[in-house]
Design a protein around this ligand. Structure first.
Ligand code: ADP
Ligand code: ZN
Ligand code: MG
Length: 489
């Protein structure tokens, strides 16, 4: 932002950040009725009297939603409460047909958790204050209709979709830390299959609370809450903007107003949306139509036992078990699918470091280019291991290996078949190499003379010519020896 504040003024301040993240739980039906949660269906097709809030209807809790929320709580090291309770959060807005949202308030599902982030080579533990369940509101469509200047359309399909809200402690200090936290949280929720965390479709949404204080000050400054941060980039940019805005205001001797602000994507700035609402504005009270949520130790244990390996544990294991660098471990564990793929390739006999290089280089690049997602559908892990084996043993050159890889990726055929059918085998036949060297020497009498007159640099030229003539398939060591021997005359 063009705040015009100098770097040393900025450096005198410290930012305090806490995130409130909403994740849509991956259930087939809504939280209090049997309507489908499918994304993209025709507007207002997945609705019923319950999620439309018609009088006389009663909500019934979706057991699977509770299970997923408990799973998220446990993955985030939080204390799952034996007894939690839904509450009514009252406010009036057309996206909320009942006039209240069923949420949790004074008895949330889980409290006191944490998530570790790795940042600048340091591990930092970020506290999680609470995790609670709630229903989503409908989607107001303000744009895209011929009469959008006069009317707002509402799609109630999203109304009643199960959400968890995950509230962090104000433990984050920079936009980059906030981004690392959101990334780690997203990856964790994806790993445990609690949410698909699709930020474009709104199944992961983030609000950021931020304040600044002079470095060294003990107490926090007044915070603002920034809404509408539906990408990692927006989160970081909005925080950067907001931090500078607050510092500039304080430097002018102004006070920060506690308010809710909106990230304006087009303008690249945060704007006042409304003054801060307080809990009492919502007239919370216990939801009389639902029983308290009871989670017993047995159920908790079952959920814990079904928990897959979490991203942080997997990264650590990849370093310890396969000798990978922290960087490789992070890239390869980006999704469970990719991590499983890597382990299958290594398990089929490829050296871990080579498997990592081929997957991170060739495979990820081609997956990205082709827009495909599932690596094993393109190249079976055992086949990639076979290809790596051929390259490592020197049977084919690395350059040929890449070409074989490309063919495997396109056709799905085994490495051996492609190598044979397309003559990719490395040329280790000394007679064949000798023939090529002689041919080039005949073509280049001037350079032969140069070499013989003592210009050893010409050697490289001849080797290069031979490699080119053999499309990189000649055994490089043999080429070197042969060129030297024949040039010597
Ligand atoms: P509110 O009363 O506005 O709901 P909470 O105390 O419940 O505030 O905190 C909401 C979020 O704001 C949490 O993520 C918390 O970590 C964060 N937060 C609280 N105080 C501050 C502050 N002074 N600066 C930045 N973030 C804060
Ligand atoms: Zn419904
Ligand atoms: Mg609060």
């Amino acid at each position: 932002m063009e705040s015009g504040i100098s770097p040393d003024v900025l450096a005198r301040y410290e930012a305090i950040i806490g995130l409130e993240v909403h994740a849509q739980l991956k259930t087939a039906s809504k939280i209090f009725c049997a309507c489908s949660t499918r994304f993209g269906d025709p507007p207002n097709s997945n609705v019923c009297p319950v999620c439309l809030g018609l009088p006389g209807t009663l909500p019934v809790i979706n057991r699977r939603a509770v299970e997923l929320a408990v799973r998220a709580s446990l993955a985030l090291n939080a204390q799952v409460q034996e007894r939690s309770r839904f509450a009514r959060k009252n406010y009036f807005y057309p996206d909320l047909p009942k006039g209240y949202q069923i949420s949790m308030y004074e008895l949330p599902l889980a409290t006191a958790g944490w998530l570790e982030i790795e940042f600048d080579g340091q591990v930092k533990r970020i506290g999680i204050t609470r995790l609670h369940m709630e229903e989503d509101a409908a989607k107001a469509l303000h744009e895209g209709f011929p009469d959008s200047d006069r009317a707002t359309y509402i799609d109630y399909n999203r109304c009643g979709t199960p959400l968890v809200e995950i509230v962090s402690e104000p433990d984050l200090r920079t936009p980059a830390e906030a981004q690392a936290y959101l990334e780690e949280l997203k990856q964790t929720l994806e790993y445990i299959e609690v949410s698909d965390c699709n930020m474009e479709e709104g199944s992961l949404r983030c609000d950021a609370n931020v304040s600044v204080r002079p470095r060294g000050d003990g107490k926090f400054g007044t915070k603002t809450e920034v809404k509408n941060l539906n990408s990692f980039r927006y989160l970081a940019r909005a925080l950067e903007y907001e931090i500078e805005r607050q510092i500039a205001a304080l430097e002018q001797g102004e006070r920060i107003l506690q308010e809710t602000r909106l990230w304006n994507v087009a303008a690249g700035r945060t704007e006042t949306m409304r003054s801060k609402e307080h809990a009492h504005d919502y007239r919370y009270f216990p939801e009389p139509d639902l029983l308290p949520v009871m989670i017993d130790a047995v159920w908790k244990q079952e959920i814990l036992e079904a928990m897959p390996e979490l991203p942080a544990a997997k990264r650590k294991r990849f370093v310890a078990e396969y000798g990978l660098t922290g960087y490789d471990a992070r890239v390869l564990s980006a999704t469970r699918e990719l991590a499983d793929y890597f382990e299958a390739v290594a398990g089929a006999g490829a050296a871990a470091k080579s498997a990592a290089n081929w997957i991170e280089g060739e495979l990820l690049r081609r997956l990205k280019e082709s827009g495909s997602a599932t690596p094993a559908e393109r190249i079976a892990p055992a086949e990639l291991a076979a290809l790596i084996g051929r390259v490592e043993s020197g049977e084919i050159t690395a350059a040929s290996g890449k070409r074989v890889f490309a063919r495997m990726f396109e056709t799905g055929e085994p490495a051996a078949k492609i190598i044979e059918a397309e003559g990719f085998g490395q040329i280790s036949d000394s007679g064949e190499i000798e023939r090529v060297v002689r041919e080039i020497m005949e073509r280049e009498p001037g350079n032969v003379a140069k070499y013989r007159a003592g210009n050893e640099g010409v050697l490289k030229f001849f080797v290069g010519q031979v490699m080119r003539a053999t499309r990189g398939q000649a055994n490089p060591q043999l080429v070197n020896e042969t060129v030297k021997r024949l040039l010597a005359g």
